[in-house]
Design a protein around this ligand. Structure first.
Ligand code: 5GP
Ligand code: MN
Length: 348
């Protein structure tokens, strides 16, 4: 099995593997992770439209639906949602000869049902991703944890494939949107001069930065803002551990007409408090019988490790997710009990 990791510049071997896969007739499917975010959707659609420019047909199959604030993205209407259109999605996956997996590092990240379909597949896999600890299922693994976003990696790939002339405004818009959302509008540590250079080139190729920002961030509903008010009131601050956490119960979500994506970004408010370096949000999901947890940190405290060690999750050093199968109060109690173990790391 060929296994390539890319740190820094793209190397020629990686490219030739990809070019050789793309030089043969293929049935191509592109897959983002479950609960896809702007980077997952943007990278899949950007790659899909780029392949189209090269005369290759592909389909994007997402494990489940994605929030309204991403529905405007060019070509988003063509995404097949596995959870809703299971038969069609299963057919596409079983007929695929080449599957790109974007913005995730392990089959389990697509959820249990679609995971089985991927595991059964006889296709060649290409991974493009920036999360830690990539699994080795792919024929070509483009993994770079230093990169701001999978969209930046897709941009790098297009450039390395001499494809910049084929970067349409639609491709540029998708990739810009993913870079913008995954960097918190260019403010996270993962944002480098290369990120800004890619963003600048994407603007030159037709991405309208103001328009994209408005679509994503200025599309609030009144009920979402009221829910944010509840979340902020529920915030518990532990200065001794430099930690702030938020809870949202199913009842609170229901009262505020919760729609997918409404809680996106809430967790980050904890980090805006002076001195706070660890922020968490616990969101009850009665349908799935779980508590979905998001972790964020500033500096060296690895929430990837914390989520892996205690909450069946993972992600990046400064942004990770996880879940718990016990009740909301029990999950919070578990979390509070863990903090003293981390006192030295949180408050050195
Ligand atoms: P979020 O908190 O926004 O759901 O996720 C933050 C980051 O952690 C994202 O990059 C996401 O892909 C990753 N992540 C979220 N949930 C999980 C999980 O359950 N397992 C793993 N390995 N990564 C996750
Ligand atoms: Mn990402």
């Amino acid at each position: 099995m060929l296994y390539y990791r890319i740190f820094g510049a793209m190397n020629l071997e990686d490219l030739s593997t990809l070019e050789s896969l793309l030089s043969k007739p293929q049935s191509i499917v592109i897959v983002p992770h479950k609960n896809p975010d702007g980077d997952a959707i943007g990278s899949c659609l950007g790659l899909h439209l780029f392949l189209q420019q090269r005369g290759l047909q592909s389909k994007v199959v997402a494990p489940n639906d994605f929030p309204k604030f991403l529905k405007w993205m060019p070509a988003a209407e063509g995404i097949i949602v596995y959870e809703k259109e299971t038969q069609e999605a299963e057919k596409l996956l079983s007929n695929a000869s080449l599957i790109f997996t974007l913005d995730f590092n392990d089959f389990s990240r697509v959820g249990p049902n679609m995971e089985k379909a991927l595991a059964r597949s006889k296709a060649s896999f290409v991974m493009i991703d920036h999360h830690q600890q990539p699994s080795d299922y792919a024929t070509a693994t483009f993994s770079n944890v230093e990169k701001s976003s999978t969209c930046e990696m897709v941009y790098d790939l297009i450039e390395a494939m001499n494809g910049t002339a084929q970067l349409t405004p639609e491709i540029a818009t998708n990739l810009y949107a993913g870079i913008m959302t995954d960097t918190g509008s260019f403010k996270y540590r993962s944002t480098t001069s290369a990120t800004h250079t890619a963003a600048a080139k994407l603007i030159e190729r037709g991405a309208d930065n103001m328009d994209i920002h408005q679509h994503v961030f200025d599309s609030n509903s009144p009920s979402r803002l009221h829910l944010l008010g509840v979340a902020l009131r529920n915030m518990v601050i532990s200065p001794e551990y430099r930690t702030a956490y938020i809870t949202l119960s199913q009842e609170e979500l229901d009262t505020h007409n919760f729609k997918k994506g409404d809680t996106e970004g809430f967790v980050n408010y904890g980090l805006t408090l002076e001195g706070i370096i660890f922020a968490v949000i616990f969101i009850e999901n009665k349908d799935e019988g779980i508590i979905k947890i998001s972790f964020r940190s500033i500096g060296d405290f690895s929430v990837n490790q914390f989520a892996r060690n205690h909450f069946n999750g993972g992600g990046h050093d400064n942004a990770a997710g996880g879940r718990s199968d016990v009740s909301l109060p029990e999950t919070v109690a578990q979390f509070q009990k863990l903090l003293p173990q981390y006192a030295k790391q949180l408050n050195p």
